[in-house]
Design a protein around this ligand. Sequence first.
Ligand code: G3P
Length: 218
Amino acid sequence: MKFFIDTANLQDIAEAQAMGVLDGVTTNPSLMAKEGITGKDNISKHYLAICKIVEGDVSAEVNAVNCDGMISEGEELAALHPQIVVKLPMIADGIKACRYFHSKNIRTNVTLVFSAGQALLAAKAGATYVSPFLGRLDDVSTDGLHLINEIRQIYDNYNYQTQILSASVRHTMHIVNCAKAGSDVMTGPLSAIKGLLKHPLTDIGLNQFIEDAKKMKL
Ligand code: G3P
């Protein structure tokens, strides 16, 4: 399973990259706004700065909500850097734009997906990635993981090449469960990725090894 980090924070991206396990980055307008990025030039520069840190795909979301607007914005984003993937909302115009980008060999990520039917449409439109929001479904007492399992089954039934990019991942068990469900990618915060490192028995065992190594007088 590929690991993407879901942030526009350059320090967090650099830290995850330095861990050696990062495969890409996802951003959205909320995450960009959180970093205080304003104005078209600064937004473009920020995406380029992210592309410089990581080697993999970087999702950059359009702000338009009509097909023509999404196409012109998405074409500009895609032209910025070969690593950029155009992120489109799961609405009728987003699906139309997705089909257009597919015909132009421009990679896409269809976001704000909350049902298997939406994921099926995204695959039929030729999306490179589909982003089901695991955490936000869990937030409203709905089993987010069930959706990941449903999409996996549907995509496998028809050999759709669209990659399942489990999004709105919040913690370590989301990551582990996504891997068990056969998600192609997960995107989450640095805290969830680093959380995977933790086990008290690892710390106790290492301290014991360090103490015993001293007895060997290396
Ligand atoms: O990639 C989608 C993600 O940013 C949503 O995460 O935590 O805001 O639900 P969250």
